[in-house]
Design a protein around this ligand. Structure first.
Ligand code: ATP
Ligand code: TYD
Length: 238
């Protein structure tokens, strides 16, 4: 597999073209950002830890029948993925109320959400990723009705699979953000599933072990990500 040109450099990952037009190499960097990139730091070992966690979880969900972009690992910070045409909407699922939901609706922090709450956000940093509904996505052509139905179905299934995996590791999946894209006309899970894109708490202490540690200056960011990996039974090379 030959790494070719840099296709896109985002806030935390870089994507490279390869000698296969259907495949990309995703490099997970140590860059860590919050508040639409306003806060930025390089945290040594973050990229490697996120890639290990995301790879483990992508394998788990693929085994449960949900198609993902993951193809194979390449190095401690790089993997090969299917090239997707990303849908510019972020699918968020919430089991416990916190973050923007509480700020937006004034609901109590820590409220248990049954059934879990599904939300769509437009992927647009300049507009601060605004909340949208499925009609916005359809009317503006960001996704078709059928694609939204599939993303919604997959998001609930992913939530069930991941909640169980985290619960077995003494962790609570508070909320999660998934991105989807199209390959050969089918919807695939893309991007990453990691403590950068999910809120994960210790089941006993309810201490956050995810990117809220960075957002709120709680310290031990990478150590907490490594703790999640350890509890999921992932061995890290570093
Ligand atoms: P955000 O942090 O808001 O997700 P970003 O663009 O800064 O945005 P990165 O994770 O740094 O995020 O960059 C990864 C980019 O690659 C994202 O825009 C994501 O949608 C896109 N992407 C992820 N997986 C694939 C894939 N398989 N094919 C094509 N693009 C992908
Ligand atoms: P949310 O509470 O909406 O945002 P904030 O982080 O501003 O409080 O986020 C819900 C979950 O989705 C949380 O785990 C972070 C994740 N998420 C992203 O990773 N990127 C995004 O662009 C959005 C909207 C959410």
């Amino acid at each position: 597999m030959q790494k070719q040109q840099l296709l896109y450099s985002g806030k935390a990952k870089s994507l490279f073209t390869t000698d296969d037009e259907n495949l990309l190499i995703a490099e997970f960097r140590d860059d860590t950002t919050a508040f639409d990139g306003e806060k930025h730091q390089k945290l040594s070992g973050k990229g490697e830890t996120n890639l290990a966690i995301s790879t483990h979880l992508m394998n788990e969900i693929e085994n449960k029948g949900i198609p993902t972009h993951f193809v194979k690992s390449l190095s401690s910070t790089e993997c090969v993925v299917k090239k997707l045409k990303m849908l510019p909407v972020e699918c968020v699922i919430r089991n416990i109320a916190t973050g923007s939901l509480c700020r937006r609706l004034g609901v109590q922090q820590g409220l248990s959400l049954r059934p879990p709450l599904f939300e769509l956000f437009l992927k647009n940093d300049e507009l601060h990723d605004p909340l949208i509904n499925s009609d916005h996505a359809i009317s503006f052509g960001w996704a078709t009705e059928a694609q939204i139905a599939t993303m919604r179905e997959y998001t609930f299934k992913l939530n069930d699979i991941l909640r169980e995996a985290f619960s077995n590791a003494g962790l609570i999946l508070v909320d999660a953000k998934f991105e989807f894209g199209i390959h050969d006309g089918e919807v695939y899970v893309g991007d990453e599933i990691s403590p950068d894109s999910c809120r994960i708490w210790d089941a006993l202490t309810k201490e956050p072990l995810d990117k809220d540690r960075f957002r709120q200056d709680l310290g031990k960011v990478v150590a907490s990500y490594q703790e999640i990996a350890l509890r999921l039974g992932i061995s890290l090379t570093a």
